[in-house]
Design a protein around this ligand. Structure first.
Ligand SMILES: Cc1ncc(COP(=O)(O)O)c(C=O)c1O
Length: 434
């Protein structure tokens, strides 16, 4: 057993669920075989506890590290901040610089608040929207974190099942929150209309991502935006995953649709914890009327890392690389599937490309793919986030391995033999771990 798997066994006894993030669970990738823990990482390379080296084509830190792991420029800025004290009785001046920078990048926004994680930033935005409108109900599309306001949607059975993460349990969420958050489906005007009708006069906020796996449907987005305005609800773009990939800032800059509030995180600071809620003064200023406050939101590293990340993105035209790497990878998957005569579907914006197998035993095939990619020296998944740290050579090597493994999968499918897995099939959702 690898050192990582041994440690995970110990961890599961004292850390319920094994770690803090569902999407990082080893069971989501390769149960019993995933390296699970890292010693160090640089660029796109990761060293596990047994000193095995992998190239990361599995998301680069849940799509946070757009510049690469341990980026020299961001790390130097952070190290300087640490040497000059990252915590203090006084505020770090960089928070004002970053707020000004974000307003500069998003001229429709007038004010900014900072937090540390995406989910809590969503919770702040929802609180401010409810305070600004005096209404309770939130209409949402997609995933927006673990907080009560969101999970309460599943008090009505399985409401979240069409919203990226099926199977989320709302145990512990007060039952009195039932019917305070209600989903609509992406690019589905009827489901949106129905939700608006159902909660007429009670809707505080409408929150969605500007883009996820499907290309944005501009008519749908414009309609949601216009409806929010008409019914006096706060329109929020959750840009936690979409931001800082095709633009320096929110993806909505590309769509030319301005929300009332936008939430940024993840790639903004190349993996250092930070999130920002940016928005119109009429909503943001509610932070003076309702209590949102936290000690660690004042800590310096997130601000400094975000400023350094944006500076480098601009200087090196990082967006161009993130997009072109993604295009090459998508083309490569399609070519590999054609050669192997495998039925796959490719989707996602170019910097966060994804594919899915189109068979009855998709999870089994995906597990085999991840297993074999790992044996070829890649941390892999069926979805990834591109990074500036990739180069043509490593992408070619990755795609060569994809071709070989797609070919093997195809042979097994044709022969109707089961795939030779060295462990259980991966999980595709939230469930208790044994
Ligand atoms: C769109 C979206 N919203 C919210 C979140 C939650 O962010 P965090 O995991 O930082 O709390 C995520 C995380 O993946 C996300 O993709």
């Amino acid at each position: 057993m690898s050192k990582g798997q041994k440690l995970l066994k110990r961890a599961k006894k004292i850390i319920p669920g094994g770690n803090q993030l569902l999407s990082k669970r080893s069971e989501i990738f390769l149960p019993g075989q995933w390296p699970s823990y890292y010693k160090k990482a640089k660029g796109s390379k990761v060293w596990d506890l047994d000193n095995k080296i992998y190239n990361d084509f599995a998301g680069m830190g849940v799509t946070t590290c757009i510049l690469g792991y341990a980026d020299k420029d961001v790390n130097n800025a952070v190290k300087k901040a640490i040497n000059n004290s990252s915590m203090n009785t006084l505020n770090s001046y960089e928070e004002v610089e970053l707020a000004e920078k974000l307003i500069d990048l998003h001229p429709w926004a007038e004010q900014v608040r900072f937090a540390r994680t995406g989910g809590e930033a969503c919770a702040i935005a929802i609180r401010l929207a409810r305070a600004a409108t005096g209404k309770n109900v939130v209409l949402f599309c997609g995933y927006h974190g673990w907080h009560d306001w969101y999970l309460s949607a599943n008090l009505k059975k399985n409401s979240l099942d069409n919203q990226l993460l099926p199977g989320l349990e709302p145990k512990g969420v007060p039952k009195t929150l039932k019917r305070t958050a209600y989903p609509f489906n992406v690019n589905d005007t009827n489901s949106f209309k129905k939700a608006v009708q159902m909660f007429k006069g009670k809707i505080a906020a409408i929150i969605m991502e500007p883009v996820r796996s499907d290309p944005p449907n501009m008519q749908f987005i414009r309609n949601v935006r216009a409806t929010a305005k008409k019914i006096g609800s706060v329109f929020i773009f959750d840009e936690i995953t979409s931001g800082f990939r095709e633009t320096i800032g929110g993806y909505h800059l590309k769509l030319k649709v301005n929300p009332d509030v936008a939430i940024l995180s993840k790639a903004m600071s190349n993996g250092f914890p930070s999130s920002a809620i940016i928005g119109k003064k009429s909503v943001m200023d509610q932070a003076q009327n309702t209590f949102v406050s936290s000690c660690m939101w004042t800590e310096r590293i997130g601000f400094v890392a975000a400023l350094a990340t944006m500076k480098k993105m601009k200087k090196k035209n990082v967006v161009k690389d993130l997009i072109s790497h993604g295009k090459i990878i998508k083309r490569g998957w399609l070519k590999a599937s054609k050669l192997a005569k495998l039925d796959i579907k490719v989707a996602g914006i170019d910097p966060i490309p994804q594919f899915s197998f189109n068979y009855n035993n998709n999870d089994e095939i995906a597990t085999y793919f991840i297993q074999e990619m790992k044996n070829s020296g890649f941390l892999a998944n069926t979805r990834l986030g591109t990074t500036y740290a990739y180069n043509k050579k490593i992408i070619s090597r990755y795609l060569e391995s994809c071709e070989e493994i797609f070919e093997k999968i195809s042979r097994f499918i044709k022969s109707e033999k089961s795939l030779p897995l060295n462990g259980p099939i991966r999980h595709n959702t939230f469930k208790r771990l044994i």
